[in-house]
Design a protein around this ligand. Structure first.
Ligand code: BGC
Length: 838
């Protein structure tokens, strides 16, 4: 790649070439113009790791803890390091652009992608995102803040209009983007799928041009979310530089025609092209060659960082009688659905094929010197466990054959056009290409052999974007080809899992075939849903078991065990892009199992994994509770490090955990209703709401315990003199002494809140405005400083003036940390002032 002279290049480009540059050519690449040495750029998701160019059958990658996990660390240095590794992973995949981080807001605990965003609060989210992006961009890789803005639910995500006041838009939803940009102006921004106040963001001039470019003075590249461009001229005029993915639906000849007819002036098209060429120059130092090969890094130092991040994200929610850390000499009984599977990430475009995973059971086994026993307790799968790893090919390899044809199975003469050997019996084919496939309609026979270990009735399940029939020894056991029903898998584009059952004999070998037809063979109604490419398939199986027998057995074992740990929670099946959860509960059976085991052994430790809050009707019974999110590759090791005290927990919740779903502020207004969702709670999102109406959640935002204790003292404030105009800066420095008063090394998170005076509008009781994390040896004390900017710390958005308002009055500063005690001080704003800008 050579550096482009941008203005000269714009002069030399033909209209057709300019138009071509404004859209992707495939799922992950922009267009090249060889004649002028303009290279294609590669981009890849995303928030949890860099998957590379293949969703289906791709090269494995590092999987990072999900964003709520990273949010729980409140550690800007760690986020910086994580960003650097993400940048290196991107380079290994030949990718110039990372499609992340996601910094939408968890309005509701049910949001399917809540796990992908750092926090319910803009200061925490924007600050962490800024440091993460700094790490990415220091490696020369472009970061993409997404989804700009108000993509806070999955239901009808393309069709829904988020009806939001300008005040809430500014103070809650734009704030993380604004703060991240202040720390690190990212090279790219991705627009949200939805409308904001009736205009799709990808054609919303006020948001893309007036706020982002003019007010915030940002000059990067704006791309659409995948298939989230809905017009030609409007999107170009509003400031959408790049339509993704290709092949284009809206640009190409339609855009050329719009320019030729002067509906889009050519200088406006040039503005879009300029941003694309500038981005090419921005990533040019990476020197990534065209069609770069994708590699796996998986270095020991990366594994160590991922383990550190996983452990640092685990929140100690309760620890009565100092039940934790566990005793490694004792034998341990491990129970639960999340013990032997690694729930390493949520579902959708954030997911990837990880280099490896460590389950909690493996993590515990690696640490314990005593025996480790296991009892299932309950299963929590939504769809049946994947059958692929239990199958063998005809030549004895684990997995199955994937044979692709242009003709359906009913045709006698079919020509095999591709054959793969797969193990995972779940594949989203969005970026699967094969030149011999003639159209989007094609057929795949997946064939493997199953030899059950136990006799019994087995359930089989088939989920498809397309059509699928599962045959066992020629008998159709599941038919998912007709009367299909909408489900949640594959970004919400798949059918529900259709099931059938058959009695099988232990030791006997059965031939299993899934006959799959690609997306166009389906009869599902796809309104409001994004269909990605040729479709997807998933097939699973499980022997029928009685839930009561499983729970009863766990209870019996728990009552006799030395120490017991339950691992329960959600997985990528329950929390996924394209689909919001229907309720806030754990999967069926889990609450009953946890409750009955706690009755049998009150000293049982409970570890819950989920990316967003879940109800815990048994919480009052637990003495020791950890919240462990989706922890990436090293998930099980990270949890075990905290369980055994090798890492002293320091994480704090980045989202409030309400007692009941009904308590959350968006309860009355979540989901699209006739094309709109009212953000009726306005600025009272998360803790702002629970504080204001004095409804304590089960576990509040910022909650988290430690194995040691801390004290905070001697708070003093230094303010700079107030000038007549708000100059940049005006720092307020809060200094205090933090001491580790316990006997273990540990980290404390100091949180600084502002309590506003009575001003002309209703305001939250307190708002987080700054934080810092400090590591302390036993007995050590440190002087800690938290710096906030006066204008950011005091302002609310005045809709009449369309400006931030810093009203005069005395503002209280509240400093909190682990444990209840608070420090207070105050400062004054002498004169009301209004401002705009970043
Ligand atoms: C998601 C984006 C993602 C894109 C590409 C979309 O479905 O909303 O976040 O970057 O797919 O995978």
């Amino acid at each position: 790649m050579t550096r482009l002279d941008v203005e000269k290049t714009i002069e030399e480009l033909t209209l057709g070439e300019k138009v071509a540059l404004t859209a992707g050519v495939d799922f992950w690449h922009t267009a090249a113009v060889d004649r002028l040495n303009i290279p294609a750029l590669r981009m890849s998701d995303g928030p949890n790791g860099v998957r590379g160019t293949r969703f289906f059958n791709g090269i494995p990658a590092a999987c990072f803890p999900c964003a709520t996990a990273l949010g729980a660390t409140w550690n800007t240095d760690l986020l910086h390091e994580v960003g650097q590794l993400m940048g290196e992973e991107s380079i290994a995949k030949g990718s110039h652009i990372i499609l992340g981080p996601t910094i939408n807001i968890q309005r509701s605990p049910l949001g399917g992608r809540g796990f992908e965003s750092f926090a319910e609060d803009g200061v925490l989210s924007g600050t962490l995102a800024g440091h993460f992006c700094k790490g990415v961009q220091e490696k020369g890789v472009a970061a993409t803040l997404k989804h700009f803005v108000c993509n806070d639910q999955e239901h009808e995500r393309m069709a829904v209009s988020s009806i939001v006041t300008m005040r809430a838009l500014r103070e809650i939803y734009l704030l993380p983007f604004q703060l991240a940009m202040r720390i690190c102006p990212t090279a790219c921004v991705m627009t949200a799928y939805n409308k904001v106040n009736d205009t799709h963001v990808s054609e919303n001039k006020e948001i893309l041009t007036d706020i982002l470019r003019k007010e915030w003075k940002w000059d990067g590249l704006v791309m659409s979310d995948w298939f989230g461009t809905y017009s030609t001229s409007d999107a170009i005029a509003a400031g959408l530089d790049l339509e993704m993915p290709g092949k284009t639906r809206w640009r190409g000849s339609a855009l050329a025609h719009a320019v030729s007819s002067n509906k889009v002036p050519e200088f406006v098209l040039d503005d879009r092209v300029r941003n694309i060429l500038n981005l090419i120059n921005w990533v040019e130092p990476l020197g990534i060659p065209g069609n770069a090969l994708e590699k796996a890094l998986n270095r020991p130092q990366d594994q160590a960082l991922l383990r550190r991040a996983a452990a640092e994200s685990v929140v100690l929610m309760k620890n009565e009688d100092s039940l934790l850390p566990l005793n490694r000499e004792k034998s341990t009984l491990v129970i639960g659905p999340n013990a032997k599977i690694a729930a390493y990430c949520g579902g959708g475009s954030a997911s990837l094929d990880p280099y490896y995973t460590v389950s909690p059971f493996e993590g515990v086994t690696a640490k314990s010197k005593g025996d480790v026993h296991f009892s299932q307790g309950v299963y929590s799968h939504k769809e049946l466990p994947l059958l692929g790893p239990l199958l063998k090919t005809e030549d004895g390899q684990t997995g199955f054959r994937f044979r692709v044809y242009n003709e359906p199975p009913s045709e006698a003469n079919r020509t095999l056009v591709d054959e793969l050997h797969l193990i995972r019996s779940s594949g989203f084919l969005m970026d699967y290409v094969n030149p011999k496939i003639k159209s989007l309609t094609f057929y795949v026979d997946m064939e493997g052999y199953f030899t059950p270990e136990e006799s019994g009735v087995y359930d089989f399940g088939v989920t498809v974007v397309g059509t699928g029939r599962l045959l066992i020894d020629g008998e159709v056991v599941v038919d998912n080809t007709k009367n299909q029903r909408q489900g949640s898998t594959f970004f919400g584009s798949a059918t529900v899992e259709e099931r059938g059952s058959k009695h099988l004999e232990a030791g006997k070998t059965y031939k299993v075939i899934l006959e799959f037809g690609s997306a166009p063979t389906s009869d599902l109604d796809t309104r409001g849903i994004v269909i990605f490419g040729p479709g997807g398939f998933r097939f699973g199986a499980n022997r029928q078991v009685s839930q009561e027998d499983l729970i009863a057995s766990a209870v019996t074992h728990a009552s006799q065990a030395d120490q017991v740990v339950i691992f329960a929670g959600l997985t990528s099946e329950w929390e996924t892009e394209g689909y919001d959860r229907e309720h806030m509960d754990l999967p069926p059976g889990s609450n009953e199992m946890i409750s009955r085991v706690l009755d049998a052994n009150p000293n049982t430790i409970v570890v819950i994994q989920s990316g967003t809050p879940v109800t815990m009707p048994w919480a009052h019974k637990t003495k020791a509770l950890l919240h462990a999110w989706f922890g990436g590759n090293e998930c099980g090791n990270g949890i075990a490090d905290v369980l055994y005290g090798d890492v002293n927990p320091s994480a704090k919740l980045p989202v409030s955990f309400p007692v009941r779903l009904q308590d959350n502020p968006s309860y009355l207004n979540f989901r699209s209703e006739r094309g709109r969702v009212l953000y009726g709670e306005d600025i009272y999102v998360g803790y702002r709401y629970y504080d204001k109406i004095n409804l304590p959640p089960l576990f509040p935002f910022g909650h988290g315990l430690s194995y040691t204790t801390f004290s905070r003292s001697s708070l003093s404030l230094t303010t700079t003199p107030e000038s007549l105009t708000l100059s940049d800066g005006e720092p307020i420095t809060a200094s205090l002494t933090v001491k580790n008063t316990g006997s273990l090394p540990g980290a404390e998170i100091v949180q600084l809140w502002i309590v506003p005076p009575r001003t002309s509008v209703n305001r939250p009781l307190r708002e987080l405005k700054g934080f810092t994390k400090v590591f302390l040896a036993p007995g050590e004390e440190k002087q800690v400083e938290v710096v906030v900017e006066k204008k950011l710390a005091t302002s609310w958005w005045d809709e009449q003036r369309a400006k931030w308002a810093s009203e005069k009055g005395v503002y209280e500063v509240l400093v909190t940390g682990t444990g209840g005690e608070e420090l207070r001080s105050s400062f004054e704003v002498e004169k009301t002032r209004f401002w705009v800008g970043l």
